[in-house]
Design a protein around this ligand. Structure first.
Ligand SMILES: O=C(CO)[C@@H](O)[C@H](O)COP(=O)(O)O
Length: 228
């Protein structure tokens, strides 16, 4: 099993102080910067693009930047985020005209590639592209906004995805995004996730380190429970 990674979603950060917010959350022990890109077309909201990713790199961020594209179409932005310094690039399969080609584009650009599944999107999209995946991201809310409630049915979907990954020969991260909090992260990890996006649960607290430490303590319990 891969080490557990905590990936704060900067959607809930103070955008007026973004560089400082990212520094603070990384200094508080976060592993990955989760970067939500919304286009007011695929989802009903508008956020940040490749210029902001590049600005974070110029600011000195060396941690992995995990770019979640909630856009349609995807290929032009994939190219731009490769150039902007992304580490992971994930997209929604129904937003790409050619899923295999878009995944290959990401890998050819030197980034790790992944597919994202909305709560009602079937996992079967992974069937013929497992060899091109570094990450599967399950949305546990409908995409577009931070601060929503975790949809409990996602736990079964996580178990199914975990089985599929373990039965394959590939090292694919299983990421969860939406409504992840200190009081449910353990159950989510026990269902099979290894990468945890949390926006409001971290950025809406005064003490990022205390929140991340509390999440890690829960994850440690999960690790014991799943026997890793
Ligand atoms: O991609 C999204 C929303 O579309 C997420 O990354 C949210 O930003 C997570 O926020 P919280 O539910 O953790 O507040």
């Amino acid at each position: 099993m891969n080490p557990y990674l905590i990936a704060p979603s900067i959607l809930s950060a103070d955008f007026a102080r973004l560089g400082e917010e990212v520094d603070n959350v990384l200094n508080a022990g976060a592993d990955v910067v989760h970067f939500d890109v919304m286009d007011n077309h695929y989802v009903p909201n508008l956020t940040i693009g490749p210029m902001v990713c590049e600005a974070l790199r110029k600011h000195g961020v060396t941690a992995p930047i995990d770019v979640h594209l909630m856009v349609s179409p995807v290929d032009d932005l994939i190219r731009m985020f490769i150039d902007a310094g992304a580490s992971y690039i994930t997209f929604h399969p129904e937003a790409s005209n050619h899923i295999d080609r878009s995944l290959q584009l990401i890998r050819d650009g030197g980034c790790k590639a992944g597919l994202v599944f909305n709560p009602a999107t079937p996992l079967s999209y992974i069937d013929h592209v497992m060899d091109k995946l570094d990450m599967i991201l399950l949305m546990s809310v409908n995409p577009g906004f931070g601060g929503q409630k975790f949809i409990p049915g996602t736990l079964d979907k996580l178990r199914e995805a975990r089985k599929r990954i373990d039965a394959s020969n590939y090292n694919i991260r299983l990421e969860i995004d939406g409504g992840v909090k200190t009081d449910n992260i353990r159950e989510i990890a026990e269902a099979g996730a290894d990468t945890f996006v949390a926006g409001s649960a971290i950025f809406n607290t005064d003490d990022y380190r205390a929140t991340i430490d509390a999440m890690r303590a829960e994850l440690e319990q999960a690790r014991r429970a799943v026997g890793q």
